[in-house]
Design a protein around this ligand. Structure first.
Ligand code: NAI
Length: 328
């Protein structure tokens, strides 16, 4: 059998962590042939809770789980890491300005980027889930100069999955009938879920919907604000669906996307579709052999262009703000 893959999860004692770890250990992240070693990173106050989760992981007797180690030190937690899931972040508290939020997260993602740079395995893949995910990924990446920049990604897969589910419901089809949906831009309320290239049972999704008012006034805002809808209903933010999306993101990155479909990932822009090079923005991508590639040649109509540009503008503003703070 294969040597275990080291998977580091930060914020392991949080609610996403609790929904995520058991699925990783059961083989859903990397596949049923791949043993995993979990390395959990928490702040000192939450180490005890992480230890409790580790006891439960042990009690599952997962055949693929080769071990669980718990750390409150990033340098140790990322030593030898192959897959890094950066979930722990500083949430926005009441009255907190954006600058303060970015600075607080810089205090987390800068040292974690440095630790990844110092100790990660050559094949390391990084997914940032903790918000503001795109800009946190940019901060970590800029402190890991020895790691190829494209290994730092941010999660927009939950938005992607939410959009597929909403579209399938609208059209009365199953989610498996929907292909080639795209989330562009930032994982924030400015994101743009694009159905103009999506297909439903092989037909163009926008034509199948044929309802511009639904698209502009219901679908796009509902997907973009789904996080708030979940908080309102559940009294807590999305956790199981976020963990599920993190599993999907890494699974497809490692194992490839199916023929005739693509997924959305926040990745460093290479300048495609007019998105400034270097910012971490969501694109349609296909994955194969452990690498992703931006889907090229899509025609972007004015309706989409405006919305992509608005979200990208927000990302460049966030980038400029963290630059000013000396975080990138
Ligand atoms: P949570 O508050 O339940 O857990 C966060 C955990 O991170 C806590 O246990 C905390 O102790 C830990 N933590 C804080 N600083 C840390 C550090 N420096 N190192 C290691 N651990 C640290 O939060 P939850 O619900 O698990 O969400 C985590 C993050 O994911 C939040 O930032 C949330 O906004 C984000 N999120 C992102 C989504 C996306 O689609 N990209 C979707 C849903 C949530």
């Amino acid at each position: 059998t294969q040597a275990p893959v080291n998977v580091t999860v930060t914020g392991a004692a949080g609610q996403i962590g609790y929904a995520l770890l058991f699925r990783i250990a059961s083989g859903q992240l990397l596949g049923q042939d791949t043993p995993v070693k979990l390395r959990l990173l928490e702040i000192p106050q939450a180490v005890k809770a992480a230890e409790g989760t580790a006891l439960e992981l042990q009690d599952c007797a997962f055949p693929l789980l080769a071990g669980v180690d718990i750390f409150d030190d990033a340098t140790k937690a990322f030593d030898g890491v192959n897959v890094a899931l950066l979930v722990g972040a500083r949430p926005r508290s009441k009255g907190m300005e954006r600058g303060d939020l970015l600075e607080a997260n810089g205090g987390i993602f800068k040292p974690q980027g440095e630790a990844i740079n110092a100790g990660a395995a050559d094949d390391v893949k990084v997914l940032v889930v903790g918000n503001p995910a795109n800009t946190n990924a940019l901060i970590a990446q800029s402190h890991a100069p020895d790691v190829p920049a494209e290994r730092f990604t941010a999660m927009t897969r939950l938005d992607h999955n939410r959009a597929i589910a909403q579209l399938a419901t609208k059209l009365g089809v199953t989610v498996a009938d929907v292909k080639k949906l795209t989330i562009w831009g930032n994982h924030s309320a400015t994101q743009y879920p694009d159905i103009f290239h999506a297909e439903v049972n092989g037909k163009n999704a926008a034509e199948a919907v044929n309802d511009q008012a639904w698209l502009a006034d219901e679908f796009i805002p509902r997907v973009a604000k789904r996080g708030a809808e979940i908080i309102e209903a559940r009294g807590a933010s999305s956790a199981a669906s976020a963990a599920n999306a993190a599993i999907d993101h890494v699974h497809d990155w490692v194992n490839g996307t199916p023929q005739g479909d693509w997924v959305s990932m926040g990745i460093p822009s290479d300048g495609s579709y007019g998105v400034p090079e270097g910012i971490i923005s969501s694109f349609p991508v296909t994955c194969s052999g452990g690498k992703y590639e931006i889907v090229q040649g899509l025609e972007i109509a004015d309706f989409s262009r405006e919305r992509i540009d608005a979200s990208v503008r927000e990302l460049t503003e966030e980038r400029d703000a963290v630059k000013q703070l000396g975080l990138v």
